[in-house]
Design a protein around this ligand. Structure first.
Ligand SMILES: C[C@@](CO)(OP(=O)(O)O)[C@H](O)COP(=O)(O)OP(=O)(O)OC[C@H]1O[C@@H](n2ccc(N)nc2=O)[C@H](O)[C@@H]1O
Ligand SMILES: Nc1ncnc2c1ncn2[C@@H]1O[C@H](COP(=O)(O)OP(=O)(O)O)[C@@H](O)[C@H]1O
Length: 284
C-alpha cells in the first residue's frame, strides 16, 4: 500500500488564441503546481477488482477520472490486475485547480508502479491527454509553458511564492465557459520570453466575473491586498505573497463562508518528490 499526492495547479496566465475544428481551444498558459491537493492511496487487489472509495457527490464511479485512468491503463496494456484506491478529496471540483486531472495523472503514475507496467512517461502522457487536456502537465510533473490544447509543454521556472487561493462557493464547468459565445478567443500568440515581459492575465476571467458575480466580488476583495487573478476557467482565484505568514493573515480576514488555503508554488510536482521517496523503499 502506498499514498501519493495529486497536487493542484495554477494557471499563472491563460490566453486563448483560437478554436480548432474539433471545438477545442488553442491556448497559451503557464502552469505551476502548489504543495496542496488531494491524496490517493493504492493497494493491490485480486484480478479484475477495481474499487474507489469514497464516491464523489455527483460523479458516478465509472465517470470518475481515477477509474477512467485505471481502465485506460488496463485496456492499453491488457493488464488484469486489480487495485483498491482510496481518495482523500481536498480540492474543490470545478475550481480551475485541476483536481480531477491531477487525480487521473497520479492514478496513471501509481498504477504503472503498482502493476509494474514499465510504461514510459511519454506513453503515460499520451494516455493522459485522452482523459483531459490538463492531464499531461500533471504526468510530466514540471512547471511549464503550455500551448496547443495544453499538451505541448516547455519547462518553465517561474518564482515559487506563497499563494493564497480562495474558492468562491460556485462550481464553474470548463465546458460552459469554452462554449460561451462571449469568450475572448482571439488573443495574440506570444513567445514565452514575451510573456515574461508582459503583465499576466486570464482570458476567461472577464466572462466568469460577468456570469458569476460571486467571483467578481471575491476578486475585488482580494485585490485590496495583492494583485489577484483567476486560475483556469475558475472559479478559484489566487494572489502571491512573499511569506506564508502574509498569505495566512489575509486568509484569516476572508469573508465568512469563503473557503481557501495557503500553499507554496512548486516548479516540480509534489507527486514526483513523493515518488522519488517511495522508490527508495521496496515495492509493496
Ligand atoms: C482550461 C484549463 C486550463 O488549465 O483548466 P480548468 O479550468 O478546466 O482546470 C484546461 O485546459 C482544461 O483542461 P481539462 O479540464 O482537462 O479539460 P477537458 O476535460 O479536456 O475538456 C473539457 C471541455 O473544455 C473544453 N476545452 C478544454 C480544453 C481546451 N484547450 N479547449 C477546450 O475547448 C472542451 O469543450 C472540453 O469538452
Ligand atoms: N476524481 C475527480 N475529482 C474531481 N472531479 C472529477 C473527478 N472525476 C471526475 N470529475 C469531474 O470533473 C469535473 C472537473 O473537476 P476538476 O478537475 O476538479 O475541476 P477543474 O477542471 O475546474 O479544475 C468535476 O466537476 C467532476 O464532474
Amino acid at each position: 500500500m502506498f499514498t501519493l499526492p495529486a497536487p493542484a495547479k495554477l494557471n499563472l496566465f491563460l490566453s486563448i488564441i483560437g478554436r480548432r475544428d474539433d471545438g477545442y481551444h488553442n491556448l497559451q498558459s503557464l502552469f505551476q503546481f502548489v504543495d496542496y491537493g488531494d491524496a490517493l492511496t493504492f493497494s493491490a487487489a485480486p484480478a479484475h477488482e477495481l474499487t474507489l472509495t469514497p464516491t464523489l457527490d455527483g460523479v458516478l464511479p465509472e465517470q470518475n477520472l481515477i477509474i477512467k485512468a485505471a481502465r485506460l491503463l488496463q485496456k492499453h496494456t491488457g493488464c488484469t490486475q486489480g487495485a483498491k484506491i482510496h481518495l482523500t478529496k481536498r480540492l474543490p471540483m470545478g475550481g480551475g485547480l485541476g483536481g480531477g486531472s491531477s487525480d487521473a495523472a497520479t492514478t496513471l503514475v501509481a498504477l504503472n508502479r503498482l502493476w509494474q507496467l514499465k510504461l514510459s512517461t511519454d506513453t503515460l502522457t499520451e494516455l493522459g491527454v485522452s482523459l483531459g487536456a490538463d492531464v499531461p502537465v500533471f504526468v510530466r510533473g514540471y512547471a511549464a509553458f503550455a500551448e496547443g490544447v495544453g499538451e505541448q509543454l516547455t519547462p518553465a521556472f517561474p518564482d515559487e511564492p506563497w499563494y493564497l487561493i480562495l474558492c468562491p462557493a460556485v462550481e464553474v464547468a470548463t465546458t460552459t465557459i469554452f462554449n460561451d459565445p462571449e469568450l475572448v478567443r482571439n488573443s495574440k500568440a506570444l513567445s514565452l520570453q514575451q510573456w515574461l515581459n508582459t503583465p499576466w492575465h486570464n482570458d476567461c476571467e472577464a466572462l466568469v466575473k460577468k456570469r458569476y458575480p460571486e467571483v467578481a466580488k471575491l476578486i475585488r476583495w482580494l485585490l485590496e491586498y495583492a494583485p489577484s487573478r483567476m486560475t483556469g476557467t475558475g472559479a478559484c482565484i489566487f494572489a502571491s505573497f512573499n511569506s506564508q505568514q502574509a498569505a495566512e493573515e489575509v486568509l484569516a480576514k476572508a469573508p465568512v463562508g469563503v473557503l481557501g488555503f495557503v500553499a507554496k508554488g512548486c516548479n516540480q510536482s509534489p507527486l514526483f518528490s513523493a515518488l522519488a521517496e517511495l522508490d527508495t523503499q521496496p515495492l509493496p
